[in-house]
Design a binder for this molecule. Sequence first.
Ligand code: SF4
Length: 343
Amino acid sequence: MKRCVLQPGIMDLAKYPFLAEAGEYLRDKGFNLEQLGHPDWAPLVEKAYGRIVVASSGQVYHPEGGRLENPDMEILSFIVAVILLKAAGINTLTRRFSLAEARRAERFLQQDLWANKDKKNLDLPLKIISELFGIRVHVEDDEFVIKVADYLQRAVHFHEKEWKLVNRRVGAGLVHLTSHETVRLIRTELGQYISARIQSISLPPIPDTFKSRVGDLVTLAGRFADAPVVSSDYPPCVKHAIEVLEKGENLPHSGRFLLATYLLARGQTADQIAPLFKNAPDYNERITRYQLEHISGSSGRGTKYQCPSCDKLRSESLCFKVPECDGIINPIQFGRKRGTANA
Ligand code: SF4
């Protein structure tokens, strides 16, 4: 496990509670698990549980009022959430929590990069990015720059056109990025880092006051347990999109659009399709249903969207062509003769 050798202050730790220094800070202040099990600390356990529930619904946790007014509670609630997740031992919840916390930290990193770029006071955000993920970020001409190799290693997982190197400003072996793009590049790694930290902790016996919320997490996880039915006659691009979701990884918007339009064209309903998205790390039931209904034409202006063409999917790096794809121009022709598409 990489360790960020920084000297962050308490407000920094409230923003980035996954740093090893957060645990040390609390130990230095004399907090321990036995003490946190006292009924007086019940609001903290509720806050930690709420943090997991918010993450499981695909949202990003914010403290009440949106301000870090009680940094100790912010750090402690993260740590207790980690303990509850470890005790529940449910990978889906850990994955969702890790991604949501990565997205939360991403906002702070972006703000810290942007707010401090003129003040040459970028130590903390740059060190987090450099020491945890091995990316050296520099400020140049009011922009952030990283090595092309570091960029490509991460951007290859993004399918949107703007991430293609040809669409970036590149000079002297460096790629120019905004603060938002800089931290967006490391979201997945940050999520994996948080997840690895949760996996790596060895759990001492937990206080009785934590146990009912651990049981509630097991119940909560049941919402994400539906296994999607995947037909073997789906084209490889569609199978790939389903596999990405099954692994709980992030499928870009264009991949979700492909999946929805393809399955709708095959006669499935929004109700049948929705469970496929349940394992997506940013799953939100209400938004998923709204989007499926919109794409199917049953809401909004009633326009039913068509499955994108193979050419379009190829340009979005979502095509995984096999010989059976020869001669077709749209995934819904897969397994049928050319010319019968949209029939
Ligand atoms: S050729 Fe078309 S159907 Fe085949 S994998 Fe590519 S996009 Fe999908």
